[in-house]
Write a protein that binds this ligand. Structure first.
Ligand code: PXG
Length: 467
């Protein structure tokens, strides 16, 4: 196989990276002191770095490479499309075959009457679109006071001004003047840390009812929408109790506020159905899609509108003064279509639902027996481990984040990419991962957890703190 080989040594690559590249979500001083790990190629679920070491990517890049790496069909489609029509826009009365076909396909795949897509290049852009879209929707219906969007603490909806404001990440709000006005946040449905003595079902109801209280506090005439991920991804694979979504749906219906399901991670098979909204029986007015739409092979995203919302834009809204140069980019659209073809023809989503997802769940669930693990949760092809110094109390560490970092480093050294968010470890492997690769993932995870426990004990970190 031909590789685009870079003959510079790892040290030279790291030096140039340190000199000229500002990395996302990174402490530049700390990163440069250590040197970035340089990934040079990938195939299936395996990455290769600049030293030729193979690493199992249990994060599918950033939750996105659903069909796995190395699918040349997508490269061929991209090359063909670049030769035929590398770019044209969808502004000012034009369209092109690839975006038309993709919009049709997305309408067919998405549940209910989600039938019309506004395209963007990233989840951040699509969620920024959603802010303007829902506010313009209500204004077009003669209710311009309905502007507030309710979101949740510890949600992740992107990194642009609007989408980061929708997100509930305190560390992000602390920088750059966020959040923008008219966005509020309610508590997340995270039983493990916030459920106290309640059963998960009692807690799920209570967490959902916080939405009703917030609507009443703001006044329903001021509320445009509620946005949430079916399962919070970046926040730590937070799987809501079974009672949560039905109550959220009831509240949105009762108060006539729009429900936006951010399917950027959950969409395209991650939870074992095509969309998280199907897994949780949610009837959203709008969904956000990105990541798995193209399996990350091209940057493409969208806001998919239900008939109710689309009709207002088709009939009452006038010009929607919004759009991106790359909305519906032909190469990205062609690649997304090829990705969807593969997901369908190879029954990838059904395999996750019926075979590999339950198989992962069984082995992952057994990690609860490890002395470091307070909860091992999973849905479809994603999961999280809560590390704790005291299982029975679901206690946090007195020094939060350290054990998570140690574990992450051991995973890396053991040929496994498993992410830490604080002291939880999360996975979201390519959906095409096989049973034997899942065995390998678990084996490397257990080895890393054993080493982490030994280090945590040696460094005096097995001390409980308070929440
Ligand atoms: N919504 C959700 C639910 C996401 O997970 C976005 C929107 C934004 O998408 P873009 O394409 O603008 O990145 C995301 C992205 C992490 C991590 O550390 C997660 C994301 C992105 C980067 C890092 O888990 N999710």
């Amino acid at each position: 196989m031909d590789h685009i080989t870079n003959h510079r040594s790892t040290a030279e690559l790291q030096a140039a990276d340190a000199a000229h590249h500002l990395h996302p979500f990174s402490d530049t001083a700390a990163l440069n002191a250590k040197g970035a790990r340089v990934i040079t190629r990938a195939n299936g679920v395996m990455l290769h770095d600049s030293d030729g070491i193979e690493i199992l990517d249990a994060m599918a890049g950033l939750w996105c490479v659903n069909i796995g790496y190395g699918r040349h069909e997508l490269a061929d489609v991209a090359a063909r499309q670049m030769r035929e029509l590398p770019y044209y826009n969808t502004f000012f009365g034009t369209s092109h075959p690839q975006v038309i076909k993709l919009a049709e396909k997305v309408a067919q795949l998405t549940p209910g009457d989600l039938n019309r897509t506004f395209f963007a290049s990233s989840g951040s852009e699509a969620n920024d679109t959603n802010i303007r879209l829902v506010r313009h929707y209500w204004a077009s219906l003669g209710k311009p006071s309905k502007t507030v969007i309710i979101s949740r603490k510890n949600a992740y909806h992107g990194s642009a001004m609007g989408s980061a404001s929708l997100g509930g990440m305190a560390a992000m709000h602390a920088q750059g003047g966020l959040p923008i006005p008219d966005i509020t946040h309610i508590d997340q449905p995270f039983w493990y840390t916030e459920g106290g003595d309640m059963s998960p079902d009692e807690f799920g109801l209570k967490a959902a009812q916080a939405l009703e209280a917030e609507i009443e506090r703001l006044g329903v005439d001021n509320v445009a929408a509620f946005i949430a991920e079916p399962v919070q991804g970046a926040g730590g694979v937070i799987i809501p109790p079974a009672t949560y979504w039905p109550e959220i749906q009831r509240i949105c219906d009762a108060h006539e506020i729009l429900l936006i399901a951010d399917e950027v991670i959950c969409g395209f098979g991650r939870t074992g159905n095509w969309f998280g909204s199907e897994t949780y029986n949610i009837r959203p007015d709008i969904i956000t899609i990105a990541k798995g739409l193209s399996s990350g092979y091209q940057p493409i995203a969208g806001s998919v509108l239900s008939e109710k919302v689309a009709t207002v834009f088709a009939e009452n809204a006038g010009e929607f003064a919004h759009g991106y140069t790359y909305s519906g980019h032909p190469v990205a659209a062609a690649v997304a279509l090829e990705n969807i073809r593969i997901l369908e023809e190879e029954n990838v989503v059904e395999t996750v639902r019926d075979d590999t997802g339950p198989y992962l769940g069984k082995l992952w669930g057994q990690l609860i027996d490890h002395p470091l693990i307070g909860e091992a949760r999973h849905i479809g092809m994603m999961g999280a481990l809560e590390m704790t110094p005291d299982k029975s109390a679901r206690a946090p560490f007195a020094e939060p984040g350290k054990v998570g970092q140690i574990c992450r480093d051991h995973c890396f050294a053991n040929g496994l990419i498993m992410r830490n968010t604080g002291d939880k470890m999360v996975i979201s492997p390519p959906l095409v991962i096989t049973r034997s690769e899942i065995d390998m993932l678990i084996e490397r995870a257990v080895k890393s957890l054993d080493q982490t426990l030994a280090d945590a004990k040696a460094q005096g970190l097995m001390v409980a703190g308070t929440r």
